[in-house]
Ligand binder design. Structure first.
Ligand code: ADP
Ligand code: MG
Length: 454
C-alpha cells in the first residue's frame, strides 16, 4: 500500500464522519509527505489548518488510520503552502484520478447555478415502507412542479434521506426542462445570505434571486427557528412564489408543529400543502440500500459483511454508508476478503458509540477552552471583564443552539437571575448582527462545539 493510497483511504473514511463543509475546509488540501514506522507526516496548507487538525481532528484521523493500518500511532502536520492538489483538481479530467475507485468525488461536482449535487437521483433512491409516502409525493412533485403538492414538506431524523430526496426532485426537474430555475439551499445558508445582504445593503437583489425561482428547495428548515428576520424574509419569498404557482419544497428534522420559535404564519404555510415523514428503514431495505451503494461505488463486499452492516447500523443511512466505505477501503488496501469477524472489529467504534448530541456541558467546555479559561471560571459569579463576556457568549449559545429557557440558563451559571441571561443573550445577538468579525468568532466556537459532538 503506498502512502498516497493510505491517505486516500483515510480521507474516504473521514468524509463520512464530518460535514462536507468541514471536510473541504480542513482536509481537502492535505497530503501524506512521508510514512516512517509508526508515524506519518501530513502536509497542510497553512498554520491555521495545522492547529485545527492537531486540536480537533487528530483523534478522528488516528482512528481512521488505525482502522486501515494499526501500526501507525502518531500523525504530525507540516505547513507546506504550494503544490497541493485540491479535490476540485482531483475531480477534473486532466489530472490523475485517485487510485481507489471507491473514492467518490462526485460530492464536489455541485451544479453552481442550482446548488444541486447530481449524485442524488430517484434512480438510486431505495424505496421501503418507511419512506414510500415521501418518495411518492416527491416523485409527483417532480412530474408537475407547482401543481400537485405545494409546499411539499418532508421530515425525519438525520441521515434518513431527506436531502437525497429533495435534491432528486430538483435534478429530475432540470433533467426534463433545463430552463427551469431550480434553487437548492440549506436553511443555514439562507440565513447567512439574509444576514449578510442586510449588512451590505443588497437585500433587494437577494429577494429578486429567490423570487425568480420556479422551484425553491429549502433544506433543514428547523434552522429557521428563532431567527426572526430570516423567517420574515422567507415568509415573503414563500408567498410571492406560492402566488405564482411556483413549487416550494422543504425538509426538517421534525414536523412543522415541533419546530420551536417558528412564527405561526410560517408554520401554517408549511402545513398548508403535503407533509410526509421518513422513519427508520427496515432490515431488508437497509440491505438493499447497501447493495445499491456498493454497486454505485464499485465496492465488492461479501453478502455476509453487508448483512452484518445492515443488522448493526440501524438508525442512520449515512452512518451505514460510512461503515460500507470503511470496510471497502480496508478490503481494497489489504487485499483481503472481509468476513463478519473482521467487520465486527473494524466497526466496533462506529456501532458501539452512542449518538452524541450537543449538551450544555459541551457548550460551556468549548467556550471556556476557546477563551483559555477554566469551566469553573465561567460558572462562578466573578465579574471580571475577561470572564463576563465569555460567560455571556456561553449563555447566548445555550439559548441559541439548545433553545434553553432563560431560567435554566441562569441556574447553570451559579443561580444567576433569568434577567441576566436575557440581557446576555440580547447583547450578544446584537453584537453578532453588527460585527462580522464577532460573527466569525462565534462561528468558530460553534464549529468546535459541533466537531466535539458529532
Ligand atoms: P438527511 O438529509 O435525512 O440527513 P441524507 O439525504 O443526507 O439524509 O442521506 C444520508 C445518506 O444516505 C446519503 O448518502 C443518501 O444518499 C443515503 N440515503 C438515504 N436514504 C436513501 C435511500 N432510500 N436510498 C439510497 N440511499 C439513501
Ligand atoms: Mg440533510
Amino acid at each position: 500500500m503506498t502512502k498516497e493510497e493510505l491517505w486516500q483511504a483515510v480521507l474516504a473514511d473521514i468524509q463520512f464522519h464530518i460535514s462536507r463543509a468541514n471536510f473541504t475546509t480542513w482536509l481537502a488540501n492535505t497530503e501524506i509527505i512521508s510514512k516512517q514506522d509508526k508515524c506519518i507526516l501530513v502536509s497542510v496548507p497553512n498554520s491555521f489548518s495545522k492547529e485545527w487538525l492537531e486540536n480537533k481532528y487528530n483523534k478522528l484521523i488516528l482512528k481512521a488510520l488505525y482502522n486501515i493500518n494499526n501500526d501507525i500511532k502518531e500523525v504530525k502536520y507540516e505547513v507546506k503552502p504550494c503544490a497541493l492538489k485540491t479535490l476540485d483538481h482531483l475531480a477534473s479530467t486532466d489530472l490523475p484520478k485517485p487510485k481507489l475507485e471507491q473514492l467518490n468525488f462526485q460530492e464536489f461536482k455541485i451544479n453552481k447555478k442550482t446548488n444541486l449535487n447530481p449524485r442524488y437521483t430517484f434512480d438510486n433512491f431505495v424505496i421501503g415502507s418507511f419512506n414510500e409516502l415521501a418518495q411518492a409525493a416527491a416523485w409527483a412533485v417532480s412530474k408537475k412542479p407547482g401543481l400537485v403538492y405545494n409546499p411539499l414538506f418532508i421530515y425525519g431524523n438525520v441521515g434518513l434521506g431527506k436531502t437525497h430526496l429533495l435534491q432528486a426532485i430538483g435534478n429530475k426537474i432540470i433533467e426534463k426542462s433545463a430552463s427551469k430555475n431550480v434553487l437548492y439551499i440549506p436553511a443555514e445558508k439562507f440565513t447567512s445570505e439574509v444576514v449578510s445582504s442586510i449588512r451590505n445593503g443588497t437585500i433587494e437583489s437577494l429577494k429578486a434571486k429567490f423570487r425568480q425561482t420556479d422551484v425553491l428547495i429549502l433544506d433543514d428548515a428547523q434552522f429557521l427557528a428563532g431567527k426572526e428576520k430570516t423567517q420574515e424574509e422567507f415568509f415573503h419569498t414563500f408567498n410571492s412564489l406560492y402566488e405564482k404557482n411556483k413549487q416550494i419544497i422543504l425538509s426538517s428534522d421534525r414536523s412543522p408543529k415541533a419546530i420551536p420559535a417558528l412564527e405561526e404564519r410560517l408554520r401554517s404555510r408549511f402545513e398548508g400543502g403535503m407533509i410526509a415523514d421518513i422513519s427508520a428503514p427496515d432490515y431488508e431495505t437497509r440491505l438493499a440500500i447497501l447493495k445499491t451503494k456498493g454497486q454505485e461505488k464499485k465496492i465488492d463486499l461479501s453478502n455476509e459483511t453487508l448483512e452484518y452492516i445492515a443488522s448493526n447500523v440501524q438508525k442512520n443511512i449515512r452512518e451505514m454508508e460510512g461503515a460500507l466505505n470503511s470496510l471497502a477501503a480496508y478490503q481494497k488496501l489489504n487485499n483481503e476478503q472481509l468476513d463478519a469477524k473482521i467487520a465486527r472489529k473494524l466497526l466496533k467504534n462506529l456501532i458501539s458509540s452512542p449518538p452524541k448530541i450537543v449538551s450544555p456541558k459541551i457548550i460551556i467546555q468549548m467556550v471556556a477552552e476557546f477563551f483559555d479559561l477554566k469551566e469553573r471560571d465561567l460558572i462562578t459569579p466573578s465579574r471580571k471583564k475577561e470572564i463576563v463576556r465569555p460567560r455571556q457568549i456561553a449563555m447566548y449559545l445555550l439559548r441559541n443552539e439548545l433553545k434553553s429557557s432563560f431560567p435554566f440558563i441562569g441556574r447553570k451559571f451559579s443561580g444567576k437571575d433569568h434577567t441576566t441571561a436575557i440581557y446576555a443573550c440580547t447583547k450578544i445577538k446584537k453584537e453578532i448582527e453588527n460585527s462580522e468579525k464577532f460573527t466569525d468568532e462565534i462561528n468558530l466556537i460553534k464549529q468546535r462545539i459541533y466537531s466535539q459532538s458529532c
